[in-house]
Structures are given as C-alpha cells and as structure tokens.
Design a protein around this ligand. Structure first.
Ligand code: GLA
Length: 727
C-alpha cells in the first residue's frame, strides 16, 4: 500500500508525491487528437487541459470519447532512485483504457494493445496494468522529465482511470515470474527470470478435504534468462499445490498456487438423455423456438408426440418451430433415438401470456469480451453450444452485450450495428434455425455503460429494429439514464419504473416474445416492482467479478431476503456466471475463483433460480468448466418448474444452509462452507437443523445417493449440494 505521500516542489503543473522508493504523480495534461510532435519534450503544452489520472477523461469534461488523445506528464525524478538492486527504473502507469504508446523524454519505452491502423488491427487492453522498465540513461535526474502517452480509446470514457502514475524501483515480479499451471495429472511450476538471481523455492501439496500438508520440499535455486527452474508436482483429487520463491537479492518473495480442477459430474450415458426444462412458455401467435435438449451419442433422430397445429419439428436437429394460435397447455412427449436406444420425455408447451417459465439459460458476451465483442466472437461461442454440447443441456440464449451499436444513428433515427457485426439478421436466422435465441443490450439513457448509443427517445424504433433481426432477449441497462433522472430529483418508485414501462410497451407490440431483463443494479427495490413492468428478470446488484469477495457479497449476502419475489416468468438476477475464461476485454484469463468456489457459484445460482448466463469464451472451454455447466441434476434444480427460490435456513460458524422446494416434493439443499479451512459436516445434523427429514439423499454433483449418517468434509469456500426426498 502506498500510504505516505509527501508533496515536493515541482517545476511542473502536476501534483507529485514522493517517498523513499519513488514518485507518485496524480495529474497530467491532455489534448484530444493525434500528433507525433506531442511525444517530444520540446513541445509546449501550456495550453493543454490538466486532468486527474485516477479518473477517465470522459468523467472530467472531455466530450470526445472515441479515438486518440495524448497525455503529457511532467515529473521530477529524484536521483535517489539510482541506487538499488535493479539498474532500471519502473514506470507504473496502471491500466489504461484502451491502448497506449509511451515515450519518456522523446524515446518510446512501451506499448500495450494494438491500434486500428496496426497490421494486427485493433486490440484493446484496458485492464492490463502497464509496468515499463526504462534504462536510467533516459532519465534527467532531479530535473523535469516528460512522459508522453498516446492513448487510443475504442468506446466509452477512456484514458488513465485507476490510480496515480508511480515512478520507482522495480519489484521482484518485474524480473522473475512464477507460474503454476495444470499439466495432465500434475501442477507444473515454472520460475523464470530476466536477470541472474537466486533464492529458495518451497512447494507444498495441501489436502483440501482433510486439511494439512500431504507432501512438500524446499530447494535452493539459481536462475538466469536461459535457465528457468521447472518442476512438476503430481496432482490428484481435492488438493492444492502452493509454491513460493524467496529471492536473496530483492529480499522479497513471489507466491502462486493451483487447486486441482477436479471433476465431479459423471460423463453422460451414450443413450439419449433429456436434460432440458419440463415446460416452455410462448405467447399465442409468437414464434416457437425450442431445441430438444438430449445428450447422448450423435447422430440422433427426434420425434414429438402431441404437437399442436402450427408447430413443426426438424427431426434431425430436434428443433421445434412455428406458432400456436390458441392458448392452452399442450402435453408433448419427446422421443430421441440413437444407435444405443430410444428415450422418451414428458413435456408441456404452455401457450399463454407468460414466458420465461424457468430461468433463462444461455451465454452473454460481457464477462469475457467486454467492449471487444464482435459477431465472430459471438459465433464462436454459439457454435460451441452445438459442437461442445451445451445446447444438449438446455442452454439456448446467445446474448450480445454492450458495444454492438454503431457510433451514430441513421438519418431516419434508426440504429444499426457497428462494423464488428456485419449481419445481425443473418446471425438471428442462423441461431433460430438451430433452435437457439438471440439477445441484445441497450440503455434507456443516451449512453450505455460502455459509452455507446442508448435508446432514449428512440425506444419504438429500436424495439422494431431488434424484432426485425429476430431478437428474443433485451437487457436494458440504466446507466446513461441517470442524467435524465437526477436533475428532476424525483426519486419515487414511479420515476424508477418510467423508462422500463416505456420500453416494455414497445416490446410487447412486436410479433415475437422478447425476454425483458432489467439491469439497474437493484435500485428502488426493483424486485418489488419488476414483475409489474412485465420484466422477466431484474439484476439485484452491481456487477459481479471473478473473486470470492464478489461472489460472496452478491451471491450470499445480497440474496437472502429476495426469495419471495422470484417465480415462473420473473426472476431475481444476481448477474452472470464467472467460470471458465473471462476477462471483460480481448485478453482472457482463467476465472480467479478456485474450483471449489466455482462449484459453490453454480450450486448457489441453481438454488437461487438465477439466470444461468455463461460469461466465458466457450470456444476455449475446458473439461472442468463443461462439468460445471452441464450437470443435468444440478441444472434441474435451477430449472425446477415450481420456480421457488432458495432461502437461507441456518448460518452458523461460517457454514450456511440453503434450501428450496422442488416440484416433485423433494428439496434441494446447499451446505456451504464459507470458512478458510475445511469443515466436517454431519449431514443428518445439518438437515435436522433445517427441520428436514430425509429418506434418501442424493449428492447432485456426483449424481449418487449418499448416507445421511455420515460426516462429509466440505472444502474451504466449497459446497455439498444434495437433493432430499421422502418416500
Ligand atoms: C453494466 C452492466 C454490465 C454490462 C456493462 C456493459 O456495467 O451491469 O453487465 O452490461 O454495463 O457496458
């Protein structure tokens, strides 16, 4: 933590803080536009505007949001930084929205991301911290230095945004990297260094169920750029490999760990098995878009008994299409046949006013691609629905989040997609032909959260445009509407409802069913009135991220009182899933949640009847993520037709017991261990505390019946997720 800032005098206009190890710079100068001369120290920038470096330029009165702008930061660098272990000096610029090229005293010293005119095309990297090491010969010691930063921003407010710039001594991590990655049955440790150094590596294998260490060793190592240190540690079951490296020169250490992503879901049988919801709601006359979700060996042939007039089946794909004129419940039998046999499943098509009879299951672009989404990336995940088999488990929505919008409206006021989405209608048609559905995103304000055009004063036109593309889902995100809302100072519930009622009317005028998803982070207790504006779901919190803190707050703390408000047709939405490869940008990483936290995430979202919108790039899905998303017994809790959201029954010593009723008389129960260490849980005792008697208990992840009078060890942040039934 940087706590001590002492203001020193500066020749420059910027605010400078200094402590022994470096200089903190809180302000810089900015000009919108692009000019190579601005990189040079001789350029006179006295007419430029001064800006804080911990907030984006869009928030500081710079109107132009997209394109190039330059920062020039004047800073005195003290010669005290010359001494130290490393010869170089660190320029720690923090993350920059979206790309940067950086010059120190006229010499380029760094670049992150790629600009539209670069051979590779645009690649934003807004969330990547910039740490550039510079040769000390470039520095004018104890004098003013000019740091010139050319920034390209694709959309939204851009530039420096997180924290002051820091100029100081490099850290161990600037030279030495420690990575622990998953090998076949091992944790593979690689310690690599850009300089010659040495220290001690310690490796420990921990037992996540029993607690304690299984094995470990400490070793002295010498590193140089040609000689990394590598070791593979065998890994099996519920274990974690923890590695540290203590460096002699820096007197500092690096830590890394890897929990084995152990798979609990048994493989699906080769014979067809139905994994989808038991009901589907469609309004009279609206298109029926439904894919029969059968796992099992392909090819498969499908048949449906009891189809109402107007609906047809594609027998090879298992896709229902058409429409039904008359309201009513139509009991159907799905039949799927492959080389291994035939399976039948009962189902009800409910033609009536209510859609979304079970929570939506699908994919959304935001948590992986953020503003870098494109039609190609959307298609890559949509194809994985078919190729990797997610559609066989009931996932059907492919939702495009922010950044599909063109930069301006057309002369007639309509809004087209930008160049990254060459054919929205074609995309919609392709999805529908495969029994999948298309989702889109907008805001009731003038701008979306990502700075794109919103729907204000064009609600009708936008609803019509979306319907013409075949949109089946709208996420309508408050964001820019704050500007309309605040000046009025009308904070009544009616004021919060207004923009959502308006769009709802136009959605209902379209000749298709459009799932209406409110996104306003839970303001004005949206769960109390969401259903009145005909919403099918409403976000209950701010944005989720892939950390335990975020999952804990959003999933556990903020949902406890919300169960009365969910039910068929209208659901609480605690935000999208953060498993698999996420990143909110073109740069993806594995979710930072541990495997146990990911089991907890999916179990909890199933209990909460939450929207199951996958937030990762499905074209890079691994076996562990598939096991999380495609466990039919776990998903059946989420899709249960009673639609009763779980409530927390017991909270004791860091263990929370949640339960929900199921339509077949059973109950789903989650025993969550929120502690930092594993806990033993006597299943019978837990159920008794909840007032639940059980004849049979089934472990849903492992898909096997288990005895109640046994003690189960639950890993830290992990879960035992069961279904209880009485005979
Ligand atoms: C908000 C929403 C996110 C996402 C972004 C898009 O932050 O909560 O889910 O839609 O906007 O800009």
């Amino acid at each position: 933590m940087r706590k001590t800032f002492v203001t020193i005098c500066a020749l420059c206009l910027c605010l400078v803080g200094m402590r022994a190890q470096g200089v903190s710079v809180t302000e810089g100068k900015i000009a919108v536009g692009d000019n190579p001369a601005w990189s040079q120290p001789s350029f006179v920038d006295s007419a430029w505007q001064t800006l804080a470096l911990d907030r984006e330029w869009g928030e500081q009165g710079i109107q132009k949001t997209n394109g190039y702008a330059w920062y020039r930061i004047h800073v005195v660098i003290p010669s005290s930084l010359r001494q130290g272990v490393a010869k170089e000096v660190l320029l720690d610029l923090g993350p920059i929205d979206d790309t940067d090229e950086t010059w120190l005293n006229g010499v380029q010293v760094g670049k992150t991301g790629s600009n539209p005119e670069d051979p590779a095309g645009y690649h934003g990297q807004w969330n990547v911290p910039r740490r550039y090491l510079v040769d000390p010969s470039l520095i004018r010691w104890d004098q003013e230095n000019i740091l010139a930063v050319r920034v390209y921003n694709a959309s939204g407010p851009g530039g420096f945004f997180e924290r002051p710039v820091w100029i100081g001594k490099p850290a161990l991590s600037d030279y030495v990297s420690l990575a622990v990655t998953k090998g076949k049955n091992s944790a593979d440790v690689v310690l690599a260094s850009r300089i010659s150094c040495g220290g001690t590596v310690t490796v420990v294998k921990e037992d996540l169920l029993g607690g304690g260490e299984l094995e470990g060793f400490s070793r002295k190592v010498k590193l140089n750029p040609r000689k990394p240190y590598k070791v593979s540690v065998p890994m099996d079951g519920q274990v974690r490999v923890v590695v540290s490296y203590a460096d002699n020169l820096f007197e500092d250490r690096l830590d890394a760990s890897l929990t084995n992503p152990y798979i609990l879901t048994p493989p699906a049988p080769a014979i067809p098995r139905y994994n989808g919801p038991l009901v589907f709601g469609v309004r009279p006359g609206s298109p029926v878009i439904f894919r029969l979700a059968f796992s099992g060996e392909k090819p498969m042939k499908y048949a449906v008994e009891g189809l109402p007039e107007g609906v047809v089946l594609d027998e090879d794909k298992g896709v229902l299409s058409g429409s039904v004129a008359d309201e009513g419940d139509y009991p159907l039998t799905f039949v799927a046949t492959n080389d291994k046999g035939t399976t039948r499943a009962s189902f009800t098509l409910k033609v009536g006013p209510q859609i979304a009879l079970t929570p939506p299951m699908g994919w959304n672009s935001w948590n992986c691609w953020g503003l870098s989404v494109s039609q190609e990336k959307v298609m890559a995940s949509a194809s994985a629905f078919l190729n990797a088999g997610l559609a066989d488990y009931g996932y059907s929505y492919i939702n495009i989040d922010d950044a599909w919008e063109a930069a301006g409206r057309n002369p007639d006021g309509t809004l087209s997609a930008n160049e990254k989405f060459p054919d929205m209608k074609g995309l919609g048609d392709w999805l529908h032909a495969n029994g999948l559905k298309l989702g889109i995103y907008s805001s009731p304000g003038d701008r979306t959260c990502g700075g794109c055009i919103g729907s204000i004063d064009h609600e009708k036109q936008d609803a019509e445009t979306w319907a013409s593309w075949g949109v089946d889902y709208l996420k309508y995100d408050w964001c820019g509407y704050s500007k309309v809302f605040n000046p009025g100072k009308d904070h009544s519930k009616a004021a919060y409802l207004r923009p959502y009622v308006k769009m709802q009317q136009y959605l209902r005028e379209q000749p298709r069913d459009i799932f209406y998803s409110l996104c306003q982070y839970g303001m004005a207790d949206v769960w109390e009135w969401g259903a009145f504006v005909d919403a099918n779901s409403w976000r209950t919190t701010g944005d989720i991220t892939d950390t335990w803190e975020s999952l804990y707050e959003i999933g556990f703390e903020r949902q406890t009182e919300l169960y009365p408000y969910a039910g068929p047709g209208h659901w609480n939405d605690p935000d999208m899933l953060v498993v698999g490869k996420v990143g909110w940008s073109s740069l993806l990483r594995d979710s930072r949640l541990t495997p146990d936290e990911q089991y907890t995430h999916i179990s909890l979202w199933s209990l909460l009847s939450a929207n199951m919108l996958i937030g990762c790039d499905l074209s890079q899905m691994d076996a562990f993520t598939f096991n999380l998303l495609c466990n039919n017994e776990v998903n059946a809790v989420n899709q249960d037709i009673l639609g009763r959201q779980a409530h927390r029954d017991v909270e004791e010593d860091g263990v929370q017991l949640w339960s929900r009723d199921l339509y077949d008389g059973g109950k789903a129960v989650g025993i969550f261990n929120l502690n930092e260490a594993p806990v033993p849980a006597l299943l019978k005792g837990c159920l008794e505390k909840m007032g639940i008697e059980a004849d049979t208990v089934r472990d849903l992840w492992r898909q096997k019946d288990i005895p109640t009078d046994a003690v189960y060890r639950i890993p830290s942040h992990g879960v035992l997720f069961v279904k209880v039934k009485n005979l």
